[in-house]
Design a binder for this molecule. Structure first.
Ligand code: FAD
Length: 469
């Protein structure tokens, strides 16, 4: 049994863990990171990056298919396109593998020692790692738990065979003819829409009365319209109940109880279950250190400290929002705290993007949350139908909405739905972090023609004098 000691041990090399280790290394802290899988975690290997690669391929295919149908308003026509999904997946795997090497390279450059294997706590300062060459014991002054999250499995639809999670959906070699998606959250809709564009007949089954139910109906309307335009059947208020298996792998169906209590069968070659993600809190000896929990998540304070001295936790294992950039920001902060810097979590906005079609972006408070603060608020909304750049991109459906306090015009929240609005997230986040007033946004010169002008116009609208509407 080999033993090493270090100042900082990070468990898990997802976006939270690897960013924490890189920053710690940069600050001269003797750091070890343990990872059971590949560097980059869920985000890089089976989450953010591969899903966006697949979505991009689906968008390109849809564009070409529109041109081939002779219906493109751009006046371009060509022959019918073909999709070789196995090649698309190989292209996606190439991106993932380049980024895996990139993360390993950055860790090495920061002089972080990487240990490959599954880590288990022995006590609050000691971890055992099962490596290929035997058990490695690591003693550390400080430990950061960054073990991430995994897909939630439904007991009546266990993963295997036709029933898949997002991980398997991102590695299919053929487009399913009929795809049933259980769960109308962002992961289900991102993937469902991508497969519909690639030719699958998609049905989404959602137990709540609306898809993307955490967002207000006004914001999700363009996405709902597009789901219908893509021919995706959306069953809301409907519960998945199980599956019935056909003969020789054919004729499988998802069993559904519809909103009016009827039992239905939705034919499906694949059933994609996207009903949420659960923190990875099992199998690594949480019981050995008995940390305080907040429900299923590890409880942390505003410095990501757990209830045990010397142990921090970051990322998905600590709760919502389960987003890569939140994990990274926590990772960076914790490394600086370990180095003795004065840091704490004081974020006004963690932008969130649904890479649906069109994209949906939120930062800060929604109109309802802002109203809940008690004071008067102002809301300004600018539609992309009045934005020249959006028109040139066939992206008129959508808008930017700014929510501010009525008394001093402090911006509280910003939302957008529209083609490519994810790229506005930096501007939205910056405005909120810097405490912008409506006048700051309205008085900033935005390049023309860009969709960013919609942000400026929404602020002007809230002030009562939009120029282009
Ligand atoms: P993870 O990325 O889950 O990494 C944890 C790592 O810890 C894993 O590599 C795991 O192997 C390792 N590990 C766990 N336990 C041990 C152990 N005991 N020993 C050794 N190693 C261990 N977020 C966004 O912000 N934008 C998006 O567009 C987006 N798209 C997504 C799409 C999909 C399909 C999915 C599934 C997720 C998406 N997410 C997105 C969410 C994002 O992937 C997560 O929020 C992010 O990966 C969390 O980072 P993390 O560091 O907390 O954990």
């Amino acid at each position: 049994m080999k033993e090493i000691s270090c100042k900082l041990l990070v468990i898990g090399a997802g976006p939270g863990g690897y960013v924490c280790a890189i920053r710690a290394g940069q600050l001269g802290i003797d750091t070890v990171i343990v990872e059971a899988g590949k560097p980059g975690g869920t985000c890089l290997n089976v989450g953010c990056i591969p899903s966006k690669a697949l979505i991009h391929a689906a968008e390109e295919f849809e564009k070409v298919a529109l041109m081939a149908s002779g219906k493109s308003p751009l006046g371009i026509s060509l022959g019918a396109p073909e999709l070789d999904l196995a090649k698309t997946i190989a292209w996606k795997d190439g991106i993932v593998s380049r980024l895996n090497s990139g993360v390993s390279g950055l860790l090495k450059k920061a002089k972080v020692k990487i240990v490959q294997g599954w880590a288990t706590f022995r006590d609050g300062k000691t971890v055992e790692v099962e490596t290929e060459t035997g058990v490695q014991v690591i003693r550390a002054e400080t430990i950061v738990i960054a073990t991430g999250s995994a897909p939630v499995e439904l007991p009546f639809l266990p993963f295997g065979g036709a029933v898949i999670s997002s991980t398997e959906a991102l590695a299919l070699s053929e487009v399913p003819k009929k795809l049933a998606v259980v769960g109308g959250g962002y992961i289900g809709l991102e993937l469902g829409m991508a497969f519909a564009k690639m030719g699958a007949r998609v049905t989404v089954v959602e137990a709540l009365p609306r898809v993307l139910a955490q967002y207000d109906a006004e914001l999700t309307r363009p996405v709902v319209k597009r789901l219908a335009a893509l021919g995706i059947e959306v069953m809301t208020g409907a519960k998945a109940k199980g599956m019935s298996q056909g003969q020789a792998g054919k004729g499988d169906a998802l069993l559904v109880e519809s909103s009016d209590g009827k039992s239905l069968k939705v034919a499906a070659d694949r059933i994609l279950v996207t009903v949420g993600r659960k923190p990875v809190t099992e199998g690594w000896g949480l019981d050995q250190i008995a940390l305080d929990m907040a429900g299923k998540f590890i409880r942390i304070d505003d410095q990501c400290r757990t209830s045990m001295r010397g142990i921090f936790a970051i990322g998905d294992v600590t709760g919502e929002p389960m987003l890569a950039h939140r994990a990274m920001a926590q990772g960076e902060m914790v490394a600086e705290i370990v180095a003795g810097h004065k840091r704490s979590w004081d974020k006004r906005a963690i932008p969130a993007v649904c890479f649906t079609d069109p994209e949906l972006l939120t930062a800060g408070l929604s109109p309802d949350e802002a109203k809940g603060l008690g004071g008067e608020i102002k809301i300004g909304m600018f539609p992309f139908a009045a934005n020249g750049r959006a028109m040139t991109k066939l992206g008129e459906d959508g808008f930017v909405r700014v929510v501010a306090r009525a008394d001093n015009h402090l911006v509280l929240g910003i939302q957008a739905v529209g083609q490519g609005v994810s790229e506005l997230s930096a501007a939205f986040g910056l405005a909120l972090e810097m405490g912008a007033r409506l006048e700051d946004i309205a008085g900033t010169i935005h390049a023309h023609p860009t969709q960013g002008e919609g942000f400026q116009e929404a602020a002007l609208k809230a002030l009562g004098h939009a120029l282009h509407i």
